[in-house]
Design a protein around this ligand. Structure first.
Ligand SMILES: O=P(O)(O)O[C@@H]1C[C@H](O)[C@@H](CO)O1
Ligand code: GUN
Length: 297
């Protein structure tokens, strides 16, 4: 009798180790850059990649197996380059669950970064402010997150676990590097910008609709400071495979918690706020990359 337990087929990962290897080898053959830091640029934040020199750029659709962005504000280019002497790679745009991608595809680039030798991942996003103190244009250093889709089984690590990447039951209590959070707050203070840089909890919802008022109130009760539609799957997969993580949320709108409020959120305004803070964010991320020490985990 065969007593070996069968791996379930539902929810299993859609990308094989060979897929990750093929994409990594393709990139290693196309570029001599060997990045230690990767940055994922959120909605309207692709300008962050303008900080790099010795730039080499690939469109997502030209990279084998790479998921292609389908929404405005996500250019869909993978940009390699250097900032001072740090070699880095920027994703100008990401893909989301609500675009119809599996979470395996959403997080595919993170495992490519791992195989390329990346040690630190910087994630950025546009989000709505739930915390009543937050203003449009504030920047939230992500201290922790709530994986709401994960609670309902929409989790990038569901399915057979590939031990080559990480353990079956990864610890998430220290998902966001304390050292990098402190460094970011120090840099912001040196830049004289502490008044609009905060620390808080990011919550992922699947989207694509923005929250109802009742949903927003529920998120507030749960302890969320900002809400968005991304980031958490990427962070989870990065932490699983031992990549150090730092995250920034740009507060692009205040989430309505009150039925008498008249303002309506839309994606165009989200992108406009990104432009407004682009210069500061670019400087913050570039300085963090220059000053982060890759030996710490
Ligand atoms: O990729 P991010 O999380 O920055 O994108 C946010 C969430 C939605 O995709 C979009 C809504 O405007 O911006
Ligand atoms: N879910 C969600 N995502 C966002 N991205 C930018 N603003 C928002 C928001 O208010 N809610």
């Amino acid at each position: 009798l065969n007593t070996k337990k069968q791996a379930p087929t539902v929810n299993s990962n859609c990308c094989s180790f060979e897929d990750y290897k093929l994409t990594t080898e393709w990139l290693l053959n196309q570029t001599s850059h060997r990045p230690k830091v990767a940055v994922i640029c959120g909605s309207g934040l692709g300008l962050l990649a303008n900080a790099v020199n010795n730039r080499q750029s690939f469109r997502y659709e030209d990279i084998p197996n790479f998921p292609v962005s389908t929404i405005p504000g996500h250019e869909g280019c993978l940009v390699f380059g250097t900032i001072k002497d740090q070699c880095c790679v920027f994703m100008q745009g990401r893909v989301h669950l609500y675009e119809g991608y599996s979470l395996c595809k959403v997080t595919f680039p993170v495992r490519i970064f791992k195989l390329l030798g990346v040690e630190t991942l910087v994630v950025t996003n546009a989000s709505g402010g739930i915390c009543q103190d937050y203003k449009v244009g504030d920047i939230m250093v992500i201290k922790d997150h709530i994986n709401l889709p994960g609670f309902a089984g929409q989790h990038p690590l569901c399915g057979p676990n590939d031990e080559r990447f990480g353990v079956r039951f990864p610890c998430m209590s220290d998902a966001y590097s304390k050292d990098l959070r402190r460094l970011a707050l120090d840099i912001s203070s040196e830049m004289g910008c502490s008044d609009f840089v905060r620390e808080g909890v990011y919550c992922m919802v699947s989207g694509p609709n923005f929250e109802t008022i009742a949903e927003a109130r529920m998120l507030q009760v749960l302890g969320c400071d900002a809400v968005g539609m991304s980031t958490v799957p990427e962070v989870t997969v990065a932490k699983h495979c031992g990549i150090r993580v730092f995250g920034l949320s740009l507060i692009t709108n205040k989430v309505s918690l009150d039925y008498s409020r008249e303002e309506m959120v839309n994606h165009e305004d989200v992108l406009l706020t990104g432009k407004m803070r682009a210069e500061f964010l670019q400087k913050l991320v570039a300085t963090l990359i220059i000053r982060c020490n890759h030996q710490e985990q």
